[in-house]
Design a protein around this ligand. Structure first.
Ligand code: HEM
Ligand code: NAG
Length: 339
């Protein structure tokens, strides 16, 4: 049984891997071709050694600060991972979610439960002391999300660096980030625009193995699902009752993973098989024919989850990045564009 799944998955893995590695591989170049057209995708210019000379202590600074904050408040780990996703989801990983003024992404309705801005600000201040005008806010957030994952018990991966910070950030765009009531088609379409496949969708949704949601995001499922005046019928009745007692106020929090909310594991996927997904979008990944078999596979394959999570996080971190000399900027303060 297991083998069938694993073998069936091999082409998927190959495809997922090829789209990262293959993207960076130059096609056969004719020796005499003279006007050299920039054929590589922007993400191909990112590199783990990008700041090796210009800011050798960068990852040390980030690690030290993330570690200190997560030790004090473990809920900071999932919040940073989510903040990174929301950055990359809109205009690519360009730090645009961090910009803080009326009308920016951060001011959007969809951004109100985002956290972790102060941690990124503190890291940036120390990085500016040690390596002025060198490291982008987008890169800091990307590496912080990796460190947060490791601290939560998840996998490690090398972070490619070299993103530029964007100068544009619009509230109305931020509201396009999936909120939990979308169908799988619209999730797949959204991920596709980030260069992400259904494998990335299923695997990155596994971030919901830690962290929490405000009750505001789930209350329609509990009381008035899609205007029916009834709860979502695909939810386990006991779990439904538990959520109703935990969600007496919209501002209350509930765990995204009902069984092991602090542990980075495959319980999130196992719960989906027991009708215990918190968000409607989580539960739909199990029932939809395009994603369901991968959910079941991962529920039984923790090693696959860990290794593919690392791969998919690199991919989302490469989404629509700016790397060109004349693109974007190295922001001095993550909250504001440079003058
Ligand atoms: C597939 C589409 C996704 C949807 C619909 C979705 C939706 C949500 C919602 C509604 C919340 C709770 C927000 C609130 O507090 O009310 C949440 C939390 C979270 N999301 Fe997602 N998400 C998605 C994908 C992702 C991805 C790709 C990642 C990471 C790569 C991610 C990481 C997280 C984390 C870690 C939390 C917990 C945040 C915390 O505890 O502060 N999500 N998500
Ligand atoms: C999925 O949602 C989109 C956007 O709301 C909608 O246009 C589409 O009809 C829905 N598709 C299905 C299959 O329900």
């Amino acid at each position: 049984m297991r083998w069938v799944f694993v073998v069936a998955l091999l082409p998927l893995l190959a495809a997922a891997t090829a789209s990262i590695v293959g993207g960076a591989k130059p096609k056969a170049v004719k020796p005499q071709a003279k006007p050299r057209v920039a054929a590589l995708p922007a993400a191909a210019y990112l590199s783990p050694t990008y700041y090796m000379k210009s800011c050798p202590n960068l990852e040390g600074i980030i690690h030290q600060k993330v570690n200190a904050w997560v030790k004090k408040d473990y809920t900071m780990a999932p919040s940073i991972i989510r903040l990174h996703f929301h950055d990359c989801a809109i205009r690519g990983c360009d730090g645009s979610i961090l910009l803080n003024y009326p009308g920016s992404e951060r001011a959007a309705e969809a951004s109100q439960s985002l956290r972790g801005f102060a941690l990124i600000q503190e890291i940036k201040a120390e990085v500016e002391r040690q390596c002025p005008k060198t490291v982008s806010c987008a890169d800091i957030l990307t590496a912080a999300a990796r460190d947060a994952t490791v601290l939560a018990g998840g996998p490690f991966w090398e972070v490619p660096f070299g993103r530029k910070d964007g100068r544009i950030s619009l509230s109305k765009e931020a509201n396009a980030v999936p909120q939990g009531h979308e169908n799988v088609t619209s999730l797949l379409n959204f991920f596709d625009k980030l260069g992400l496949t259904f494998v990335d969708l299923v695997v990155l949704s596994g971030s919901h193995t830690i962290g929490r949601s405000t009750c505001a995001s789930v209350k329609q499922r509990l009381y008035n699902f899609q205007g029916t005046g009834k709860p979502d019928p695909t939810m386990d009745p006991k779990y439904l009752n538990l959520l109703k007692t935990e969600c007496r106020f919209d501002t209350n929090y509930v765990a995204l993973d009902a069984t092991t909310p602090r542990t980075f594991d495959v319980a999130y996927y196992q719960n989906l098989g027991k009708k215990m997904g918190l968000l409607s979008t989580d539960q739909l990944l199990y029932s939809d024919s395009r994603t369901g078999s991968l959910v079941s596979l991962i529920a039984a394959q923790p090693d696959f989850f860990f290794s593919q999570f690392a791969v998919s996080m690199v991919k989302v971190g490469n989404a629509n990045v700016m790397t060109g000399k004349n693109q974007g900027e190295i922001r001095l303060n993550c909250n504001y564009v440079n003058h």
